[in-house]
Ligand binder design. Structure first.
Ligand code: ZN
Length: 271
């Protein structure tokens, strides 16, 4: 059976500041090393639990954080951007389950480095009536391919949000957020050991759940009005206020892709 991991950096053990997540900063190197090691722990756990193959998807910033040479040699890794499915590129019906490593909580939460896709652009995003995190959006996207979710690691706020959608989701808390730029961190070696054990158990016991959105409509607000001025170019986008808009094609994956195009247009407008 083939398993997939989507990997971000903000929820990795020891990461509490944007400097650590920024490739141009010298603090990044250590955070990257931890990201790679936590990914390898996840991969080992999946194979220990009986996985036949593992696909790893780099999901942070320019999506070239994981260094193939330093990854477990049994994996294939998706690197680089842009990609249509973003942090979930590679999704298809053959994947038995997806796990999320180093994830962070949504823009409106108390979590460390909380944001949704782009802290400078996205203020809030709802799918139906539910506030959505990256975990939620990516899990919903996986559900469109019939792929269930089996694991998540990140700070306690990230896990709390994940449990609202999947009570009892196998997880590892990497740190306890004590503020947007601070956290009480668990030692990385302990985190990696737990990740490997918990994923082994989750894969072996086939603990996974399809997380399907109840409604497909996306409602969002961006951080300033200038970021919406280009969005009206897209016929599927209904601007409902100075900073608010709705996307409602009736199809979740279509709405998700249009939303991501909106974030890119908003980025372009900021430059
Ligand atoms: Zn990230």
């Amino acid at each position: 059976m083939k398993y997939m991991f989507s990997v971000d950096i903000e929820g990795i053990s020891g990461v509490v500041s944007w400097s650590q997540a920024d490739m141009s900063n010298k603090e990044y190197d250590k955070a990257r090393e931890s990201m790679i090691k936590e990914t390898n722990a996840a991969v080992k756990g999946a194979y220990d639990g009986g996985a036949g193959s593992v696909l790893v998807v780099d999901g942070h910033a320019n999506m070239r954080n994981l260094i193939p040479e330093e990854l477990d040699e049994r994996v294939e890794v998706i690197l680089g951007t842009p990609r249509v499915k973003c942090m979930m590129e590679g999704l298809n019906k053959d994947i038995a389950g997806v796990g999320f490593i180093g994830y962070h909580s949504s823009a409106v939460s108390y979590g460390t480095l909380a944001h949704t896709y782009s802290g400078s652009v996205v203020d809030k995003i709802y799918v139906g009536e539910k506030m959505a995190s990256e975990f939620a959006l990516n899990s919903y996207l996986a559900s469109q391919y019939g792929v269930p979710v089996f694991f998540i690691s990140g700070d306690q706020e990230t896990i709390k949000e994940a449990q609202e959608l999947y009570p009892g989701i196998p997880h590892v808390i990497t740190k306890y957020s004590t503020g947007r730029y601070s956290a009480r961190c668990i030692h990385p070696k302990k985190v990696r050991k737990k990740i490997r054990e918990e994923i082994k158990r989750a894969v072996r016991e086939k603990e996974s759940k399809l997380i399907t959105p109840k409604e497909t409509v996306i409602r969002a607000s961006f951080t300033d009005t200038g970021k919406l001025d280009n969005l009206e170019l897209l016929p599927e986008v209904d601007r409902t206020g100075p900073k608010e808009f709705v996307i409602d094609t009736g199809d979740f994956e279509k709405n998700y892709k249009i939303f991501r195009a909106c974030t890119m247009l908003a980025h372009a407008a900021s430059q």
